[in-house]
Design a binder for this molecule. Sequence first.
Ligand code: SF4
Ligand code: SF4
Length: 238
Amino acid sequence: MCSGRVDLEFVLRAFSNGVDGVFIGGCRLNECNYITHGNYHALTMALLCKRIMEHIGLNPDRLRIEFMSSAEGIVFADVMSKFGSKVKELGPLGKGEGIDPNELKSKLAEIRKLVPYIKVVNQEKLASRLKSPEEYDKLFTKDEIDKLFSEVISYYIDPEKCQACMTCAKRCPVEAILSAKNQIHVIDQEKCIKCGTCFEVCPPKFRAVTKIPGGPVPPPLPEEKRTIVRKGKEKKEN
Ligand code: SF4
Ligand code: SF4
């Protein structure tokens, strides 16, 4: 229905599936029928995606976004014809850029896992309504995208602070938190998509979730050491 629905993940998934080029067609900017102006979202997402493509060595021209009305059949045919020729000229995905296919596959898989994180970090810029094509290139810079990936934040639950209230586990969108009653909670780093929800929802009186930018995450506490012995209970048992 709306080009604004074209998520970054959709585009990266298409490239993961081996397509050589992705075209996104949206209504003309400022001519959206809705107050959401989703085509601006599509535009900023495509600009971000192009920078990510550059970061992993793919030619950003493999992604094209254009805005036109449904009455502009000739414009559409012309754009598609030019885009088709461009993609042919670039050659098969990855091969044209000289990237090993397995390396490309794993790079795309890593980036796709980080999509929620990438969107959270860039949410302000993704919501921009760019006024002119001159602003397009400046929205995301290569340096900031390189930095984004070199300083990816990991989330870690401090075993000294966790009180096993279970709030984070209930809110984690991908069930990445190992949770049990009276057990210190642990984040499964393989499953975590770095959305930051656990950090946001851990009650301020505990503040058990910490952010670790770039560096290694401490190993999880062994299962046998996760049980929390409450002071009251200890006294009762004595
Ligand atoms: S950041 Fe926290 S809430 Fe988000 S996926 Fe990772 S563990 Fe789950
Ligand atoms: S919300 Fe905080 S205190 Fe509660 S289980 Fe999660 S990390 Fe522990």
